[in-house]
Design a protein around this ligand. Structure first.
Ligand SMILES: Nc1ncnc2c1ncn2[C@@H]1O[C@H](COP(=O)(O)OP(=O)(O)OP(=O)(O)O)[C@@H](O)[C@H]1O
Ligand SMILES: [Mg+2]
Length: 410
């Protein structure tokens, strides 16, 4: 954040001169960054009394506002004043409101109103979320427990599937854009996907002209799919890659590629295999790692084709690993240690919710089959148990051929 040396208004780091009085901007103090905002204390549209600034991004500031009549809290997102006169920026902002309001799903932020106020503020009003971002949760708690990862991933996946069904691609899915609502039990927290700021609506009924002005079409390098990094056309599977990055980060505490200039991070997404999560945290099950790496495939075709498919695979991989541990005594699954105060982790057992429409055993076996067919995963004990199978099949076929031959001759 930067602050004006004269009026002390604050601006994002990419602004050099105060748009109000033309003075130089200097780095803002924490106090200035968070508290001293001319909008705090004012009432927008005669009904939203702005009570605090709660978030800041490249183009917008998010405020908590209290409705003067109902006393209910709302979140009001306002386009930075210096962008309010730029047609492209305003259009992008309206697209965000339209994209988010198309999706009526409990894990997607609900936008109720948007427009331009009499004073010229370009705003959108949304439900107020009492909680923290997933980014903050990872920073404070470190790598998540596997139970919490599944719980969070399933909800993000449901949000994404709902968006994709409405032809909306988020394109900026990252932990800063995922809110975890306050609860006393982290493993039961509700997830909301926010910030459809660069979402793309893929259908003919919407004006889908690209917003190509510099600095308007953005993404976040650490979470960008290879196709996004290369500037190619995106579809829903780009969001699935970003979800893979997020799951990787929840598992290990860090995304697969980070640090250094954006260009390098993007090149890594485009060309390099992600480092094995098991190398970062050896306790991670091979099955879980396989699911994450599949979501991070360079080719969209090789990824799970829907977000829920990925979430289901993840859940099955955990169950499978737990079953292996129980029935074969194989130490393939171990709960992840968490940097949060030690809390006993529960392995997922048969009594947990079964995956949609599939009994656990059948589902687990089909996952093993899929993983083995891909030639990547050897389940412990599988080579020993089934070593006799191929010779037996060959023997059977040979016997059949001999019988056929004798029958023809005779
Ligand atoms: N509805 C909400 N309730 C509470 N806090 C929110 C809400 N929406 C956003 N926030 C907070 O504000 C931050 C910024 O919000 P958001 O990501 O929507 O905007 P942004 O990053 O400024 O957008 P852009 O990238 O378009 O400039 C979030 O990371 C979150 O901390
Ligand atoms: Mg954001």
């Amino acid at each position: 954040m930067k602050a004006c040396s004269q009026c002390r208004r604050t601006f994002t780091a990419d602004i050099f001169f105060c748009p109000y009085d033309g003075n130089n901007l200097t780095v803002a103090s924490d106090e200035e960054s968070l508290g001293d905002d001319p909008l705090v204390g004012r009432t927008l549209l005669d009904r939203y009394r702005i009570t605090a600034r709660i978030g800041e991004g490249g183009m917008c500031t998010v405020y908590r506002a209290n409705h003067v009549l109902t006393q209910k809290n709302w979140a009001v997102k306002i386009l930075h004043a210096e962008l309010a006169s730029q047609r492209q920026a305003v259009k992008r902002f309206q697209k965000e409101a339209l994209a988010a309001s198309r999706i009526d799903q409990q894990n997607v932020i609900s936008v109720t109103d948007f427009g331009t106020s009499e004073e010229g503020y370009v705003y959108l009003v949304m439900e107020y979320l009492e909680g923290i971002t997933l980014k903050r949760a990872i920073q404070t708690d470190g790598a998540f427990s596997i139970e919490r990862i599944i719980h969070v991933t399933k909800q993000i996946a449901e949000a994404l599937d709902a968006a994709h069904r409405q032809s909306v691609i988020h394109r900026d899915l990252k932990p800063e854009n995922i809110m975890l609502l306050a609860t006393d039990r982290p493993e039961r927290e509700t997830v909301k996907v926010v910030d459809f700021g660069i979402a793309k609506v893929q259908d003919s009924t919407t004006d889908s002209a690209p917003l190509t002005a510099p600095n308007l079409v953005m993404g976040t390098p650490q979470y960008m799919s290879p196709e996004q990094a290369k500037g190619l056309e995106l579809d829903a599977r780009s969001d699935i890659y970003s979800l893979g990055v997020i799951v990787y980060e929840m598992l290990t505490g860090k995304p697969p590629f980070y640090g250094g200039p954006s260009k390098i991070v993007l090149a890594k997404h485009a060309n390099e295999s992600p480092p094995s999560p098991r190398r970062v945290r050896p306790e991670i099950s091979a099955h879980v790692e396989r699911v994450v790496m599949r979501a991070l495939e360079k080719s969209p075709l090789r990824r799970p084709q829907t977000a829920s498919e990925m979430a289901r695979e993840l859940e099955l991989a955990v169950r499978l690993a737990a079953t292996m541990t129980k029935s074969h005594g194989v130490e393939d699954f171990q709960p992840l240690p968490s940097s949060a105060p030690a809390k006993p982790e529960t392995q997922i057992t048969e009594s947990s919710n079964p995956p949609v429409n599939q009994p656990v055993d059948v589902a687990a076996r089909s996952l093993v089959a899929t993983l083995q067919a891909a030639g990547d995963v050897k389940t412990p004990g599988s080579t020993d148990s089934y070593r006799w199978l191929l010779p037996a099949v060959i023997f059977g076929v040979v016997c059949l051929l001999i019988i056929l031959f004798l029958w023809k001759m005779g």
